[in-house]
Write a protein that binds this ligand. Structure first.
Ligand SMILES: CSC[C@@H](O)[C@@H](O)C(=O)COP(=O)(O)O
Length: 380
């Protein structure tokens, strides 16, 4: 079950917005989410008391973006355990909520494994639930740390690749503190550049059809005091042609072993444009987004979303009239092609920046070596 509650704690910088929060009121533990479908109009929190409510929040994109999906998924397992539900059943439902972002299943499985190990050791469901919660909290903290390291590595790479007086960065979708335990992935790099006085402009793709750029990235950029300009996705070509873009920075939902990058639909056309215009195309993602079990781009399952997201405009501020809950912008019954993501082949990616450093050129060998190195650091 999910409940909505209005926030009362006023204006905060994006880095201080608790996107996912575990609480333990007397009625029992809950997972509190900042409902991203309502931004930027209002900050409303969604209170989940069980895994099905969290699944619903994930499917509706109330909580979204690869790293935070992993964190929320891990807390979802902890919630199921703490409330005495079937943990395996909750884990499978959470994992299946969105297929492309690999971090979701990484987070769910990590908490589930911690729960199973504690149960096997102690036979005590309460101890097992506590272990799942520790796993979720650890993942949450690790993501914040990874975010800070990605920002530093990313800015160092930008400084190396882009000469001149300040960076003009084009970004797509939303990759800031709304998707992370910290300040995000690609957006965190732009924020770091801004703080260092080296961001000339952040170009923000609106990101049709659900406007994660217009609603969320512009919201975060404005609150951070960055110089930003919003553009429609199809204005990117003329922006490149005018020589206004120094680098493209995007996040990733899954990186296959060969370096193919699945990210918000519209990323691949930007990579093609960037190559044609000799502009670096940089992907910023935690190591957990690299999936050694997915060999190549063709093996990545791309989530298909409902057609009404294209045939209707939905936004929290507009009145509801269409069947999907929005304003119709196409004839009734129009069919829509609505993949949530596209896949950029490794040869179009200049570099992949992770908390463990940057890989450039992007090859299967270099990614495997990075993953092995990161695993060693985690274990030791
Ligand atoms: C660091 S976030 C990386 C990606 O998850 C992000 O770019 C993205 O595509 C999110 O898509 P969304 O459908 O809004 O969850």
């Amino acid at each position: 079950m999910a409940d909505q509650q209005a926030r009362t704690d006023g204006d905060r910088r994006p880095t201080e917005i608790p996107v996912v929060r575990w609480e333990e009121p007397p009625e029992g533990p809950v997972l509190v989410l900042l409902d991203q479908t309502r931004l930027p109009a209002e900050e409303v929190e969604l209170v989940c008391t069980d895994a099905p409510a969290l699944v619903e929040a994930i499917c509706s994109l109330a909580v979204r973006g690869a790293p935070v999906l992993g964190i929320a998924g891990a807390y979802g397992v902890a919630l199921a355990a703490a409330r005495g539900f079937d943990v395996a059943e909750a884990a499978r439902a959470l994992e299946g909520a969105r297929p492309t972002a690999v971090n979701l299943s990484v987070g769910v499985r990590r908490a589930e494994a911690a729960h199973a190990a504690a149960l096997a050791k102690s036979g005590d469901p309460e101890a097992a639930a506590a272990a799942a919660l520790v796993a979720a909290r650890t993942l949450h903290r690790e993501d914040a740390e990874a975010s800070a390291r990605m920002a530093a590595h990313g800015l160092a790479l930008l400084d190396e690749l882009v000469s001149g007086g300040g960076h003009r960065i084009l970004t797509h979708c939303n990759t800031g503190s709304l998707v992370s335990g910290g300040e995000g992935t690609a957006f965190a790099v732009a924020l770091q550049a801004h703080r260092a006085g080296r961001l000339r402009r952040l170009w923000v793709d609106e990101t049709r059809p659900l406007l994660q750029g217009a609603r969320l990235t512009a919201y975060e950029a404005a609150r951070s005091g960055m110089a930003y300009t919003l553009l429609t996705d199809n204005a990117a070509g003329s922006l490149f042609a005018a020589g206004e873009v120094d680098a493209v920075l995007i996040g990733a939902d899954r990186i296959a072993a060969d370096g193919s990058v699945a990210n918000k639909v519209g990323s691949y056309p930007l990579a093609v444009l960037a190559r044609y215009h000799h502009v670096p195309f940089i992907v910023v993602a935690p190591v957990t987004t690299i999936d050694p079990d997915t060999p190549d781009g063709a093996s990545i399952e791309v989530e298909q979303r409902p057609g009404f997201e294209v045939t209707e405009i939905t936004a929290p501020q507009v009145p509801v009239t269409g069947a999907g809950g929005g304003i119709p912008v196409a004839p009734l019954g129009a069919q829509a092609y609505n993949p949530a993501f596209d896949v950029t082949p490794p040869e179009l990616v200049t570099a992949i920046v992770t908390e463990g450093g940057a890989v450039s050129p992007v090859t299967a060998e270099a990614l495997a070596e990075l993953c092995a190195r990161s695993r060693q650091v985690t274990i030791s």
